[in-house]
Design a protein. Structure first.
Length: 235
């Protein structure tokens, strides 16, 4: 039995509210159960120096957690410098979103996606990728409406979900009580039915090929649910 009472293949409730900030070209608040992440996308008509005059666009991301996103207060990283965990997560978000972008169609400009965790209950990096794509898509829609981009560079939603082995069972969309005790923890990033990145590790026990396949099957089901929510949010 999962602590939440959910079935092994049951996601937490998902809501995506768009247009939640006034100034960002794209924004949303994504809620995956009790994990809440504010995602904004900002357009910069300049690209990093290594892409100047290359005719390619760029998408990058930054990630952070508010001090009381968790059950005890954390010190602000702006004061102490980014942790290795934060750097690893924001790099994952950036390369995941870039994998779903036609950088030629985007043109020589950069879009920065900021993901700020308001409340954490497991799966913050997955929620950030899923919500980050929505914010990115809304920003691109503005570029297309203004005529600056003529061909949609985002044709397939990019979404991510966690899976793991908890109490000997493969389960979908781990919340914090499960994540903290899971024998195996995995994150699956997908563009439609295609994989972008898989992160899997044994946290307390090894896992079999059959368990890995079971988690992959759960991830495909979860990503399909998330992609439908994404498309509904940006339609």
């Amino acid at each position: 039995m999962r602590p939440s009472g959910r079935k092994t293949d049951e996601m937490r409730p998902i809501t995506i509210e768009t247009g939640v900030t006034r100034h960002a070209e794209g924004s949303c608040l994504i809620k995956c159960g009790d994990t809440h992440v504010l995602c904004t996308a900002s357009i910069d008509e300049r690209v990093p120096p290594f892409l100047k005059n290359a005719g390619l666009g760029w998408v990058t991301a930054e990630y952070g957690m508010l001090p009381r996103a968790t059950n005890t207060r954390m010190r602000r990283e702006a004061k102490n410098g980014q942790s290795g965990r934060t750097q690893e997560i924001q790099r994952l978000i950036g390369r995941s979103l870039r994998a779903g972008v036609d950088r030629v169609a985007l043109g020589e400009r950069q879009i920065v996606v900021d993901c700020d965790v308001i409340q954490a209950d497991g799966g913050t990096r997955c929620a950030s990728i899923t919500g980050g794509w929505v914010a990115l898509k809304l920003a691109v829609n503005k570029l297309m409406k203004a005529g600056f981009v003529t061909s949609d560079p985002l044709t397939v939603p990019v979404a991510a979900v966690s899976c793991g082995v908890y109490a000997g069972q493969s389960v979908l969309d781990l919340d914090y009580p499960e994540d903290s005790e899971a024998g195996v923890d995995g994150n699956f990033v997908m563009a439609g039915s295609k994989l972008i990145e898989v992160q899997m590790s044994a946290e307390g026990s090894t896992f079999s090929r059959e368990q890995m396949n079971a988690m992959m099957d759960l991830a495909e089901r979860g990503v399909a649910t998330l992609s439908a929510a994404q498309l509904d949010a940006v339609s």
